[in-house]
Design a protein around this ligand. Structure first.
Ligand code: DGY
Length: 321
């Protein structure tokens, strides 16, 4: 008979997901609602072989607390919270939720682009504050979206889903920059590869979707923003640390670019003192890329299935370490 492995679920998950895990494992669940304190987490993982979590740093200190650990399952597609070298050295597998949130995050990216282009949050405030007057005309103008050029930095699955929306929904020209070229995607979607500099210089909209890695950390710096068109809009739906925030603030204040739309920040939740929050030409969202109930349930279930598979000696197809 299969030995029941001990696992810890470090955040609330839908009942269906908890039931699935309990079917296969002996399981403890942190029910929240507040985030589990690191010390509490450490005290709960000592005898566990699997942990399911999101946004928690999994480093040498974490691994030391869990001598039995074999798998950490991330309920997110980004896995910059994993210290890959430390996990590899300990032989602990890490998994992510690639594949079940692509369309949801791409929807959000397109929404953020439209919101920033047509100034939707700013003009919503204009109406609600009673400022809309007869004769308001040019002061309500936004930037054209259809037939404009979209530059996608990071052409993974979410990038492809966004390119599809932009090409076939909005007739946009799409450029992409990626670690490797994707001829089959170029052919299927009619998109074109561009060097980083060319993409920045030619795009009306630049969307950052690349994962946070040592080579993408801070990639959008002063020189990157200075090389964008002065009428262009920058969007970040990846990780905040890919952007030098002080440079973005300058770009928005000094008119190096027209506007921005952000779902992510260097520090989250973003502090009220962050100057980006005081800029009308910057749309700010609270990291909601995948925040739709059905998608979050799919992500939690995929993470649970991945954890169980690794513990049963099967390859879940989601291992990133
Ligand atoms: C992820 O899953 O990494 C994204 O940030 C979703 O919002």
């Amino acid at each position: 008979m299969e030995r029941r492995r001990k696992v810890f679920v470090a955040q609330p998950v839908p009942e269906t997901v908890e039931a699935y895990i309990r079917n296969h494992c002996e399981c403890e669940v942190w029910k929240g609602p507040e985030r589990i304190p690191r010390e509490t987490l450490f005290s709960r993982i000592r005898d566990k072989e699997g942990v399911l979590l999101a946004g928690v740093r999994v480093d040498g200190e974490f691994l030391e607390q869990a001598p039995q650990l074999r798998v950490v399952s991330n309920v997110s597609v980004g896995y910059n919270n994993f210290d890959l070298a430390a996990m590899k050295a300990r032989g602990v597998a890490g998994t992510n939720t690639s594949g079940v949130l692509d369309d949801t995050v791409a929807d959000l990216a397109m929404g953020l682009l439209l919101a920033a282009a047509r100034r939707i949050p700013e003009l919503d405030r204009h109406v609600k504050e009673g400022l809309w007057q007869q004769g308001d005309d040019e002061i309500l103008f936004g930037k054209q979206v259809h037939h404009a050029t979209l530059g996608i930095l990071g052409m993974g699955r979410i990038g492809e889903a966004l390119a599809r929306r932009a090409r076939f929904g909005f007739d946009m020209e799409v450029l992409y920059h990626n670690r490797n070229r994707k001829p089959e995607v170029e052919k299927a979607l009619g998109v074109r590869y561009a060097g980083f500099g060319e993409l920045l210089a030619r795009s009306d909209y630049v969307v950052l979707l690349a994962p946070l890695t040592p080579s993408t950390r801070g990639m959008m710096d002063e020189s990157a923003f200075r090389s964008m068109k002065s009428d262009s809009i920058f969007l970040n739906v990846s990780r905040g640390e890919t952007v030098k925030e002080e440079a973005l603030v300058q770009a928005l204040q000094k008119g190096w670019i027209r506007g921005a739309g952000l779902d992510v920040y260097g520090r989250e939740p973003v502090s009220r003192e962050n100057p980006l929050l005081g800029l009308d030409n910057c749309v700010t969202l609270p990291h909601i890329g995948s925040a739709v109930a059905g998608t979050r349930e799919d992500m939690a279930m995929l993470a649970a299935r991945s954890m169980v598979a690794v513990l049963q000696g099967r390859d879940p197809g989601t291992i990133v370490t």
